[in-house]
Design a protein around this ligand. Sequence first.
Ligand code: B12
Ligand code: SF4
Length: 501
Amino acid sequence: MILPKTKIALLNSPYLLNEPFYQHMPPLALLYLASYMEQCNFDPMIFNIESCVNDNGIYIWNYDIKVLFAQLRTFDPDVIAITCPYSGRWPFTQRLLHIIKNNFKNVIIILGGIHPTSFPEYCLRSSAADFIVLGEGELSSVELINHIFTDKNYSDIDGIAYKNNSDVIVNPKTIFIDDLDSLPFPAYHLIDIKRYEHLCRNDRMSQIKGFYFWLLTSRSCPNQCTYCNMFLSHGRKWRPRSPDNVLKEIEYLVSSYNIRQFAIIDDNFTLQRDRAEQILEGIINRKLNISFTTPNGLSAKTLDDNLIKLLKQAGALGISLAIESGSEYMRNEIYNKRLSSEQIINSIDLCKKHKLPVHAFFMVGAPQETEETINSSICMMKRIKIPSHINIATPYKGTEFYDYYIQNDIISDEIISHGTTIDLRVPPENIKNYKQILRWRSKLQFFNILFALKAIITDKTFLNFNTFVRFIKGIILPKKINYMSYNNILDKYLPLNYHGK
Ligand code: B12
Ligand code: SF4
């Protein structure tokens, strides 16, 4: 007798944005999980309801609960697995889980992603999830599902959290997939790629036009920046795919879906220079004729003349560099970037030499920030003269940064675990120097707009007029989204007592 396959519905969480200009892409985490689950003989299906409503300048994505529930009922899953890939999505994920549990009483709910990985106990206790998979989820989720439907013994499964009567048991995450080539490619066949073509408009920071796809050529990063909690999901060891495996995936996407634009979203794509060179040379030699960006940022200290030349030749439309501050003190003593101003300037000069558009990431508002360090960032901006993204320093769980904020009573653990006011380019209102942070950011944004304007005039390959307008709107429009607006929006679009047919 052939037993029916376990049906797993993989869901992306709804999210709020205070600007409409963002990449709405198929969630790579779910695509990787789905392909591995298929390989392990499960029946996964991806539900990513990319609908959007504009509620007075706040955009709510993936909110259409009626459509979602109708689709879920048709699929009739045994397990619902949901990702919460950003802390800012937690209130929505939490509410969705509650409604799902009310409507699908017998279905097992598994939660994953960086926020539940950061706060497993809190997320299990405060939501309807039955299990949490911590970090990289392919191996643990398959093992967990096998145990759910057999002996229900979870004590030996690496990297999960579960309820045991009134206790929450957390099995720490210790095992990561060393040979990433052994994983199947993401399950592109489970999504309707055409649907994304209209959602994914031009990338705000580059000339990429229309649809593009994520490429993940390695996982993790060995650096230890004090504000980064990526290691909770992917460990401290950098794990590369082989150049040939990456090139095969590109070839597959080009030949099967005619996808020729990509965003390489590794944590540290160029960490091993010769591997990056082999991938780029492969793209050139195999005449793949693609273009790509690196929206997560490359590390300036890994770049040299040859690598920048190859990036350009292989089709890079522009790269981003994580500079974070013009102040050596902030960058190296506080953020532990181990990156000198000289390295930054050299790499940007090399990009200019090779006519490779470049944009920078800056952070403002860490507790150690002063007028002096802000002025150093402005000096750096004036020196490099490129457009930037100015982010607000955010203390994520697991980081030194977080410990400092909590120990010095700058923000409470409760606010961070609730995930309500972060990630939205505005600092949490209850942070001590809220107004000053906004003022500092405005100062940097002033120069940023100047250099973006310069880029549009002098470097037509980077920002055209439309992308410039969106860039400016992205700076001006963001408004405060506070706890109240979260609650109001949740009640309006994801009502607690929702009962779908
Ligand atoms: C790519 C990326 C982006 C991309 C887009 C990502 C996307 N929309 O899918 C871009 C560049 C757009 C982006 C933007 C931002 N990002 Co980002 N990003 C990443 C990055 C580098 C990789 C994410 C990824 O897709 N990895 C590939 C997949 C395969 O891995 P994964 O998501 O971790 O999924 C695995 C596991 O987590 C687990 N898993 C995940 N979900 C589930 C669900 C279930 C049920 C199970 C079982 C398992 C599971 O299994 C998966 C497969 O192994 C991560 C860092 C990192 N390495 O995690 C930061 C990261 C997620 N980003 C971060 C941040 C802060 C941001 C921004 C807020 C920055 C800013 N200020 O603008 C924005 C916000 C975007 C938004 N509002 O939606 C933080 C999030 C911190 C937090 N606690 O919220 C991270 C962790 C980086 C960091 N350390 O600071 N980002
Ligand atoms: S270089 Fe990037 S990915 Fe690596 S630790 Fe620093 S912030 Fe995180």
